[in-house]
Design a protein around this ligand. Sequence first.
Ligand code: PBG
Length: 342
Amino acid sequence: STRTTTPGPETETLSGGFPAIRMRRNRKASWSRRLVAEHQLSPADLIWPMFVVDGAALRTPVASMPGVERLSVDLIVEAAKHAVDLGIPAIALFPFTDPKKRSEDAAEAFNPDNLVCRATRAIKAANLDLGVILDVALDPYTSHGHDGLLVGDEIVNDETNAALVKQSLVQAEAGADVLAPSDMMDGRIGVIRSALEGKGFKNTQIMSYAAKYASAFYGPFRDAVGSSGLLKGDKRTYQMNPANTEEALREVAIDLDEGADMVMVKPGMPYLDVVRRVSETFGVPTFAYQVSGEYAMLAAAFEKGWLDPDKTMLESLLAFKRAGASGVLTYFAPKAARLLAE
Ligand code: PBG
């Protein structure tokens, strides 16, 4: 009973001279387009990444990310409330650490009063129905801008893991709901999970940056957290080669084995094939990060008037859902949520 959909002489001109299949029927009216839509974007799909800076009532612009500002802790709490009003389920916090507090050993990462810990406690004190996600990686705290500890010219894996465990514990203690290791060390999910269990943090979720590529699209983020000028060399000995997909599946399998609750693919738009394969292969909550460089290139085209901001933004986010993502980390989160509410 199924008819061929291969275009050919017989489908183009059936007996009466009409197309056998008119795909456009379902697209004719708005109600019909809505009815047959396969995927939907909602505010519940969005995670809003925010940058925290020291001070009070302070907002500082990020030059390479028009429309994005670093916020002091008091304003982060206001933004968190705004996220709840918009129906956004979770936010992710990243610190702009005072250069004086950056060091070889990243000690500020284990300071229970560091910026992200203070911000998390302040948000949690407001008792919101909102998830707080904190990155686990040393780059906002190291004097060299790497995610791990540097010995000679090597980012040392196991010593870094010990540091990441300390960082995870102060963050869980501060009330973080989700820890998101973004460092790409081997074995970190396992040691973090067992440390959390050992200290009674049984319900702290782990969203692992499982398939994180060594990407040029992170440039504006490094401006936002103030690590770009510091970074010595690149991150290719720990982040993945953009040439690989099979390797992404291995990374995800390992992180799930070690106790991750959710996984992430990063960057987003240029890696939708990876999102698709990960979500299909594992069937676990799979997130994509539409990273700073993706935001910057769209925002620049919007500023120039070359792309329609609202339509392009929503289309870019819907594409993640189509690829199989459970949700998207995006700097467009508040704007997109507002548009979706209209
Ligand atoms: C830190 C981290 C980075 C991002 C998230 N966590 C930068 C990096 O790995 O260099 C990038 C996010 C973005 O570009 O928006 N490990």
